[in-house]
Ligand binder design. Structure first.
Ligand SMILES: Cc1cc2nc3c(=O)[nH]c(=O)nc-3n(C[C@H](O)[C@H](O)[C@H](O)COP(=O)(O)O)c2cc1C
Ligand SMILES: [Fe+2]
Ligand SMILES: [Fe+2]
Length: 403
């Protein structure tokens, strides 16, 4: 979209749809692209909330000129310094030399370190306000959601929360911009993929932020990626609250790493037992083929996790080792894990999975199963037992009929 879109009174979306970037942060696949949302408040004083990734500067300037003509841009509010939002700042300053940058103390340091910008920066503290005429903005620091300088901006006249990465997700917005215009099932799943892989490690800080923002009367949630929530702004806040509390659904993720199918057979047997016990929600991933970001997203969602790995050169199958590295980093809480390993001569995989299960806040469900080369009847019966135990424990955590 090469034009700006009205969000609410005097407030416009000037974001960019990025279809060129395959991997967000050079890590996370973008099958449907991503947006960098930024917003103009066109009042007596004009203020831009965040910018876009560097290569989209031309579009941004065109949109700004389209709205402002020859009028100046007075303020740029920098909620977050990650370059997907700050990449256009330096050159934007060349277009609008008088532009005053609003940020907190941490922002100031980063503006210098990233872009050598030191002049005409106004430092705000938590709760400070900025009067634009009819609109008054307030700034609320939410450190480590997910960088130290991160803050959110609230417009008191339109009750809009410019929440930056919080509540944002992957997926471009090619036409629809608001939650009442889009297939929100898809976008909510992508918000969870963004949350679980990028923000989830900082769940305690997300909780602090949600607590802090409780005093604000929010009609519109306008994040820096993905849809704007105007029909049901409470829903995305509730989802974020649940995810960052590590609230899970009654269901399980089965992840296997297998070259020749033996370990896969063990994983399938566990899944079969869970299905027989009535567990309907199961996500099944071949770790060689599912991208880790989708696996982590599903693990964040569900209470149960089954990890099955063959041994490869004395240790975990490499893509399983990668998943374990990601899981350790996320510091998830309140979930259950069952582990299965296979080997042919030296062992290795199961011991590594055991280390993982012992290292965090996971509840290890017994029995663990280790198989030499191929699983036979008694091994598969142990897999069934693990599946039944996992399912039964899970059912005890949830009231029947509820999620
Ligand atoms: C390249 C390669 C390296 C392996 N390295 C080990 C090893 O170091 N120790 C071991 O006990 N088994 C090792 N194995 C054997 C497998 O872990 C074992 O055969 C397992 O049952 C294979 O499971 P799968 O059929 O699910 O792929 C290796 C197999 C391959 C192909
Ligand atoms: Fe970010
Ligand atoms: Fe971002």
């Amino acid at each position: 979209m090469n034009h700006s879109i009205k969000v609410t009174h005097h407030t416009y979306w000037l974001g960019a749809n990025d279809h060129q970037t395959d991997l967000f942060e050079s890590l996370w696949p973008l099958p449907k692209g991503v947006t960098y949302n930024c917003y103009l408040i066109d009042d007596e004083k004009t203020a831009l909330i965040d910018t876009v990734k560097g290569p989209f500067l031309t579009q941004l300037v065109e949109k700004l000129k389209g709205l402002l003509g020859e009028r100046p841009l007075d303020y740029l509010v920098v909620n977050h310094m990650e370059p997907d939002h700050s990449g256009a700042i330096k050159l934007l300053r060349c277009v609008y030399p008088q532009l005053k940058i609003i940020g907190n103390v941490q922002t100031k340091g980063m503006l210098e370190n990233f872009y050598a910008l030191t002049e005409n920066i106004q430092i705000v503290k938590d709760g400070d306000t900025l009067d634009l005429g009819k609109h008054t903005l307030s700034f609320h620091l939410v450190p480590m959601v997910h960088w130290p300088e991160t803050m959110v901006t609230y417009d008191h006249s339109t009750k809009t929360l410019f929440s930056c990465d919080a509540f944002g997700g992957f997926g471009s917005l090619d036409g629809g911009l608001f939650d009442d215009e889009l297939d929100m099932q898809y976008y909510e799943d992508e918000v969870l993929r963004y949350f679980s892989n990028i923000v989830g490690r900082y769940s305690p800080q997300v909780q602090k932020a949600i607590e802090k923002l409780k005093g604000l009367d929010i009609s519109i949630v306008a994040p820096s990626h993905g849809p704007i929530h105007r029909k049901n702004p409470g829903r995305i806040i509730t989802l974020y609250d649940r995810w960052s509390r590590n609230e899970t659904e009654c269901g399980a993720v089965i992840v296997f790493g297998s070259m020749y199918g033996n370990t896969q057979k063990m994983a399938e047997t566990v899944a079969r037992a869970m299905a027989e016990e009535g567990i309907e929600k199961m996500a099944y991933h071949d770790i060689s083929r599912s991208h880790v970001s989708y696996v982590v997203k599903d693990i964040w969602k569900y209470k149960g996790l089954i990890l099955a790995s063959c041994t490869y050169n004395t240790t975990l199958f490499p893509p399983m080792a990668d998943l374990i590295m990601h899981l350790k980093n996320k510091m998830m809480k309140g979930r259950m894990v069952g582990i299965l390993g296979s080997y042919s001569w030296s062992k290795g995989a199961l011991a590594e999975l055991q280390n993982f299960a012992d290292s965090g806040d996971w509840e290890l469900v017994q029995p663990t199963v280790e198989v030499k080369s191929a699983p036979f009847e008694e091994d598969l019966e142990k897999c069934m037992e693990l599946g039944r135990k996992m399912a039964q424990k899970m059912k005890m955590c949830y009231v029947p009929g509820m999620k």
